[in-house]
Design a protein around this ligand. Structure first.
Ligand SMILES: Nc1ncnc2c1ncn2[C@@H]1O[C@H](COP(=O)(O)OP(=O)(O)OP(=O)(O)O)[C@@H](O)[C@H]1O
Length: 594
């Protein structure tokens, strides 16, 4: 059994942390060790050398010796001072590098996490608990600093203890006793802060969400039209007040602890000064020795205090780093497949008794769905709001995993394929599509650099953006939005939808999934889109979700969902003849056009 579980835990966290830092800056550790060594030696110049200078002044008073001691004192301070500054500057730079790389590391980790996890409250709270201290409390820098201080003070203390012991080792015992007491108090104060920040995480998330809404441009219309400002401000205020109340209590507690440690320190100095004065008065030490021992005792006390505080802070930071490690250890469960897709352009999808329930929901959003989508087939997915259409697509896109049953691609479960390879076969336009504040070209090609400008132009013409593009001076190099360029362009809702359709087409994936692709298009654009539908989607398998049933005529098969179940499946004509849900939805819509 390990008698020091906390030590072992901190040791493991430290090793993890060092590996993390080393992977981001190879020079950080050597720099830190060297800087600590210099900082440890530095104080001795001003503790030991003045003794000789004072003894010379009070004793023989030889001019050459006085000049020599002053020279050594000044030169020592200058050399170590310069070295200290030089190393600290480099450490500062290395700190910045580590912080920047850590941000990249965090970004990459979050982007790789399973989509499903980002909806999970426990994961979101863990993310907040892991990242808020790093961003708001500068945990990484504090951890690095505390380690540097620990190393530096341990080296200094060894030298100072040896020096003070030549007078009386009891001085060290007094100082250590007082400092142990103060460390205990400091630890209590740190624990109170840690507990408080842990409790604060969910509150912070809510506060962050509502205050972001208030300044989020994409919400600005709703905020104005629904007069949401007072409601939002009220929410922000409520969370703010709760957090301020909590902080008030915390600061009061921390203040009390600080006062107590200060009283202890003063008492310790009174004891040491009294002892030294007695030594001088009884002739046991000279004035030079008095100055040296007083300054060594002061320095010892300061260094032990520094070391203890650094140790407590280090242990505290270990706790935060441990939470970060827990968050970082979350691995994407849906990306373990290693299978290769043999025939990239020849794909058959099969849903086999697939059921799925969102985490936290009582009801299944998909129930026992089975259907096959043949290569090159066009499938329309229809049904009332909340019927399960988007869920059906999200499962196919591996954003979630079925609870029961499986989805096969060419006879093999989609989970078994390499995630990146599987993503290549899908071109998707979701209902809640997004345009990035990149150039139009980057919005269209995203990471694919092999697409020629001619191809881009052709697809933009096909989706009906020819006129819009002619009006842009910089063509496809025009920035979307005006965040980075005041000459950037903003697309209307319908134009944006055309851009994302173009993006999906340019991906040239064998499966094209369009979730309400014409919802924002005007009647002419929609007519054009349907006319070009065959051309646009040539040689591809197309899954098409729409509430506009006229679009289903272009599809080979129609799947009708109701309350998570696949209730009808067949061609447009067959389903009209069946006279069931599809036929009644069709008639309901058709009557508006008569
Ligand atoms: N992320 C989610 N978490 C929990 N429940 C969800 C989530 N997304 C959808 N649901 C629920 O699953 C059910 C099916 O939703 P889905 O989005 O698949 O419906 P839909 O047929 O696409 O609807 P619509 O036509 O309105 O887009 C609904 O009851 C919905 O509330």
């Amino acid at each position: 059994m390990n008698p020091f579980p906390a030590l072992k835990r901190d040791w493991n966290v430290t090793l993890y942390f060092w590996k993390l830092v080393h992977s981001m800056s190879k020079s950080y550790i050597p720099l830190m060790v060297f800087a600590s060594l210099c900082s440890a030696i530095f104080p001795f110049i001003n503790i030991i050398l003045p003794k000789y200078l004072i003894d010379e002044l009070m004793g023989a008073g030889r001019e050459m010796n006085i000049i020599l001691w002053i020279g050594v004192l000044v030169a020592g301070n200058a050399v170590f001072g310069l070295l200290h500054n030089y190393l600290n500057q480099h450490i500062e730079l290395a700190n910045l590098l580590v912080m920047d790389k850590l941000e990249l590391h965090i970004g990459q980790h979050i982007m790789n996490l399973d989509y499903e996890r980002l909806e999970n409250t426990k994961v979101l709270d863990l993310k907040e608990q892991a990242l808020a201290p790093i961003r708001q409390q500068d945990v990484i820098r504090k951890m690095l600093d505390s380690m540097k201080i620990l190393l530096q003070t341990i080296l200094s203390l060894l030298g100072l203890a040896a020096l003070i012991s030549t007078l009386n080792i009891g001085i060290i015992v007094v100082i250590m006793g007082m400092i142990l007491l103060n460390t205990f108090i400091f630890k209590k104060s740190q624990q109170a802060q840690f507990n408080f920040h842990k409790l604060l995480a969910p509150l912070n998330r809510k506060f962050g969400y509502y205050s972001k809404l208030a300044v989020d441009f994409s919400m600005a219309k709703d905020v104005r039209l629904f007069g949401m400002a007072p409601y939002l401000l009220n929410k922000v205020n409520t969370y703010h007040n709760e957090s301020v109340r909590g902080f008030g209590g915390l600061y009061e507690k921390v203040g009390r602890y600080k006062g107590l440690t200060s009283v202890n320190l003063q008492s310790q100095m009174v004891i040491i000064y009294a002892y030294m004065v007695v030594k001088v008065v009884t002739g046991k030490i000279q004035i030079g020795g008095f100055v040296m021992y007083i300054s060594a005792a002061n320095s010892f006390s300061a260094q032990v205090s520094l070391a203890m505080n650094a140790y407590v802070e280090f242990r505290q930071m270990c706790k935060y780093i441990e939470v970060f490690r827990e968050f970082e250890s979350l691995r994407p469960a849906m990306r373990t497949g290693r299978g290769r897709i043999e025939k990239l352009m020849d794909v058959e999808i099969e849903f086999c008794n697939v059921s799925f329930k969102y985490a936290g929901n009582e009801n299944y959003s998909l129930k026992n769905v089975s259907l096959t989508i043949k290569n090159g087939e066009r499938l329309a997915v229809v049904g009332q709001n909340g019927a399960g259409k988007s869920t059906f697509i999200k499962l196919l896109c591996r954003l979630y995993e079925p609870d029961q049953g499986e989805i096969l691609l060419n006879g093999r479960s989609i989970q078994e394929y390499r995630y990146d390879e599987y993503m290549k076969i899908l071109g998707v336009v979701f209902q809640d599509y997004k345009l990035f504040s990149f150039s139009i070209k980057e919005n269209l090609c995203l990471k694919d650099s092999g697409i020629s400008e001619k191809e881009i132009e052709e697809v933009l013409n096909q989706v009906g953006l020819e006129d819009k593009m002619k009006r842009l001076d910089k063509g496809i190099d025009t920035q979307v939005h005006k965040i980075f360029d005041e000459k950037g362009t903003d697309f209307s809702g319908g134009e944006s939808q055309k851009v994302v359709i173009a993006r999906a087409l340019l991906k040239k994936s064998p499966i094209l999934i369009l979730d309400e692709p014409t919802a924002a298009l005007d009647p002419y654009a929609e007519f054009e889109m349907y006319n070009n539908f065959n051309l646009l989607t040539e040689n591809r398998t197309v899954i098409y979700i729409s509430h506009r049933l006229s679009a289903c005529k272009f599809c080979d098969k129609i799947a009708v969902f109701n309350n998570g179940e696949l209730v009808e499946y067949g061609s447009h004509h067959q389903l009209l003849l069946d006279q069931q849900e599809y036929s009644s939805m069709w008639k309901a819509q058709a009557q508006y056009y008569q």
